[in-house]
Design a protein around this ligand. Structure first.
Ligand code: HAM
Length: 425
């Protein structure tokens, strides 16, 4: 049936989104806040390619991400993958251009990522991430700065410490634990994966996987886990008045294989959603990916647009803030009402001049009843309507909010508009 055949391409693929104007406006709102706060922290923007050699991820991202790759063989017989994350690309780029930049680098990027995941709430097959990374700084001051940046980005959306929490941990806490118990480093990755799944898998399964480590692990977890490094990190945030936003939680180890130190994840306080953001230190990745050519400490995090969008929509004050910003960004300044078609040429000359000056101006492309034109002006939330009709060479200027009207001679119109408080100066 032709109808059925059409249905296939009338829908986006599972896990992919169409961005209608409202969705695009919400996306731009998120990107603008991301960019603004990253710039406030002195980060500069960069980007990499969307397609990378599959090996880049096989080398160090960890099995979970490799299983989720959108990969294929290209026409040149190369094994390639749509990027599931940015960190391996960043490590490659930094290793290649290392000499061109003063350290530490503070780089951010906003882009699209692809993971062939089971589609579920908060998880799609295509999503956007903000990545913020600091390269070439091993001091804890960088970890504190990065967590503060993450907090301030979320605060910019109107969220408070009642809306979200950053759970912070340290992989070294666990690697020290394993070293003390003489567990060979070969088994560390597996162990960390079990801790990562703690609480998501059944208790029996976790205990079985941990074997003889089950008892000491459960003891450590029941005590909450203590670390002098983590205490110093929280102190650093307290100095900035940001300690309320974080909790120490050693159950956080992160799924990705390359992390080496402090790691963190951001969750909604209500606990309804998946992680909003996650990151940490990956001091060995650049060295490993560059086959020992370049070695630099590094740390960063990524925040996804999907869960963040859900959290905004679930948090009334954040949703209101977004709606107000979108409405303000969408409104136009002037709607030109062409009441007499003979005046269309005069109106168009005026429209061109106003647009050249930077005003947002709209008008009916084809003849239309005056009442419908005023309705269009209301719909576009225009500040002013200018009526071109029998009054010419005077123009009727109507302030839509107050309904106030005034006749202004055409040659004084520009000066009149420029003096209006409702228009941008
Ligand atoms: P990640 O935890 O895999 O970390 O992803 C970061 C964030 O991206 C998640 O917290 C989530 O909000 C979002 N995200 C991930 N996958 C999906 C998905 N399938 N659908 C919707 N949102 C998703 C990384 O990617 C690391 N590379 C972050 C990093 C940067 N570490 C150091 N620098």
């Amino acid at each position: 049936m032709p109808g059925q055949r059409n249905q296939k391409f009338m829908q986006a693929l599972p896990g992919f989104r169409d961005f209608l104007p409202d969705d695009s406006a919400a996306r731009n709102y998120i990107f603008a806040r991301w960019r603004e706060v990253a710039r406030r922290y002195g980060f500069v923007e960069w980007d990499g390619p969307i397609l990378e050699p599959t090996d880049l991820y096989k080398k160090k991202s960890g099995s979970e991400i490799v299983d989720q790759l959108f990969n294929f063989t290209d026409k040149g017989e190369r094994e390639v993958a749509l990027r599931p994350e940015l960190t391996p690309t960043l490590a490659r780029v930094v290793a290649t251009h290392e000499r061109e930049f003063k350290k530490p680098l503070k780089w951010f990027s906003i882009g699209r990522f692809f993971r062939f995941e089971k589609q579920q709430r908060g998880r799609l097959r295509e999503h956007f991430q903000l990545n913020c990374d600091i390269i070439g700084e091993s001091s804890l001051a960088a970890d504190i700065e990065l967590v503060a940046l993450c907090i301030d980005i979320l605060r910019q959306f109107g969220f408070t410490e009642k809306d979200f929490v950053i759970r912070i941990s340290d992989r070294e806490f666990w690697t020290d634990f394993l070293r003390e118990r003489s567990v060979s480093p070969d088994g560390w990755d597996n162990f960390l994966q079990v801790i990562d799944k703690f609480g998501r898998e059944s208790r029996e399964k976790t205990i079985e996987k941990l074997g003889e480590l089950a008892k000491p692990v459960l003891k450590v977890l029941s005590e909450g886990g203590k670390s002098e490094k983590l205490d110093r990190l929280v102190d650093g945030l307290r100095d900035r008045g940001l300690a309320e936003f974080v909790d120490i939680d050693v159950r956080i180890v992160r799924g990705l294989a390359y992390y080496t130190g402090i790691v963190f994840e951001v969750f909604d306080r209500a606990g309804n959603l998946r992680a909003v953001a996650g990151g940490g230190r990956y001091d060995n990745l650049i060295q490993q990916l560059s086959d020992d050519a370049v070695s630099m400490p590094a740390l960063g995090f990524a925040m996804g647009d999907v869960v963040l969008g859900e959290l905004i929509n679930e948090t009334p004050h954040a949703r209101k803030k977004m709606q107000q910003a979108i409405a303000a960004g969408r409104k136009i300044d002037v709607y030109i009402v062409i009441a007499k078609e003979e005046r269309r040429a005069d109106a168009l000359a005026q429209i061109q001049q106003l647009r050249d000056l930077g005003y947002r101006v709209d008008y009916p492309l084809t003849p239309m009843k005056v009442a419908r034109q005023f309705q269009a002006a209301e719909d576009a939330d225009a500040s002013l309507a200018l009526l071109y009709g029998d009054e010419w060479p005077q123009v009727k200027v109507k302030t839509l909010a107050t309904r106030e009207e005034r006749l202004v001679p055409q040659d004084r119109l520009l000066a009149h508009l420029q003096a209006q408080p409702t228009l941008p100066s």
